[in-house]
Write a protein that binds this ligand. Sequence first.
Ligand code: ADP
Length: 475
Amino acid sequence: MFKTIFSKLMVTNLLITTSVVIAISLMFSLIYSLKVFDEKQKTLLSAAFKTNQLAVRYENGSIAKDELSDGLDNLGFVTDSKIYLVKLNKGDLGSMGGLALDSELKDGYILDDLAVILDGGTVLRKWQYSINLDSQVVFAGVPWKNGESVQGAILLFSPVNNIVTSIVRIIMTVLLTGLFFIILSAFYIYYNSKKISNPIKKMEQAAVLLAAGVNIEDMAVDSSDEVGKLAEAFNYMKRQLADTEKMRREFIANVSHDLRTPLTSINGLVEGMLEGIAKPEDYNKYLMIIYDETNRLNRLTDDILQMAKLQSGGLILKTGQLNVAEVLESVRESTSSLAGEKDISLDMKCDVSLQLVADKDRLIQVLVNLIGNSVKYGVQGGRILVSAEGMPSMVRFTVADNGIGIPEYELRFIFEKFYMVDKTRNTSQGSTGLGLNIAKIIVELHKGRIWAESEQGKGTKIIFEIPNVYNQFTN
Ligand code: ADP
């Protein structure tokens, strides 16, 4: 029924406000009415007391009959009531049938009330129909006393019409005030509902545009509440999407470039040989270049495939408990001949009992990759030290070399895809700019972290830590 947030907020809030206002008005009216009736009864009781005083003075002969009736008229006028002085004694009630009570006092309830009053009691009625006054009345009856002896009864009847009129007037005022308040709240609720629903609606439209690839402005963040946070999250998502798109374009550009360069070089060399431009004695040299370039293409496609697999979550770690020293030994076996090409010494340092839970093949891949870099960017006759150190909750690996180093301001970029410190020096060395990025993804898959420390001209340290689940089991 209510399809928009705006209509839901509007209707719900209005319903709540209206119910609350009506409930408060009714409660106020009820309390006010009861109070008015109580006040009326008090007024009648006080008039009854004064009537009693006048009656006693009349009986004592202090005032004449005219003065008594003037006094009663005055009291009746002031209190808007009819006052009766009924001279009776208890015995009279038994033979009431023959008693000539004023016709105005023949209402059924009066006889019962008289019995109570002549016994010294007070009777109060808030809402009683009087046949003679032909209206609802507030009634008060008290004994007419002279000293301690009960002479009769003082009865006061006040029609409720005037009271009801004043109560209705008050209720109307309260209801009108309530209505005014509801209208005022409706404006406020409208404004507030729009304030909540408008940004959501805008975000919905923006999301549709974003999905269609349209460039859109940032959402305005006007508040720090959930709606504001949603707008912030939306803007963040937009930036992330833009970054991903940028990375995707860069990635395609890089890959195309990196694929085209060796292909162009192979193509040129083969063409030269086919067309006889290249001298046959240079064929061997050209074939070696072609061989290197195809190797580079192979590495590049391998790296790209591997990275795509890692990023798409397609790689599931096959973790197991490893002896780290044995892992380093395997790494030495597969990299020593590479290091030997540059006459670089390769040393491993590790406690023989150090254990770690990790994916062995991936761990070896990371270390081989880092050592490969240390050789690539190492100096002839240099040194590489690979160490693994057991910490309370992790194992820290360090691959340190004394190679050409990396400028400090480049350190934070080297783990990004296709980042190469110096393209010219790298392409000749079979670089793809993907090795450290792959290492980073693998380390992060192990819930670890990787970073680099380096000094240009002095050497580089690539350090990574892998949380040691093994220790958590054994401690
Ligand atoms: P590449 O295939 O180019 O080696 P990497 O992602 O492995 O790609 O490395 C990124 C860049 O970081 C490299 O191009 C290189 O300039 C720099 N680099 C990495 N390791 C070292 C190192 N041990 N010594 C000096 N420079 C390094």
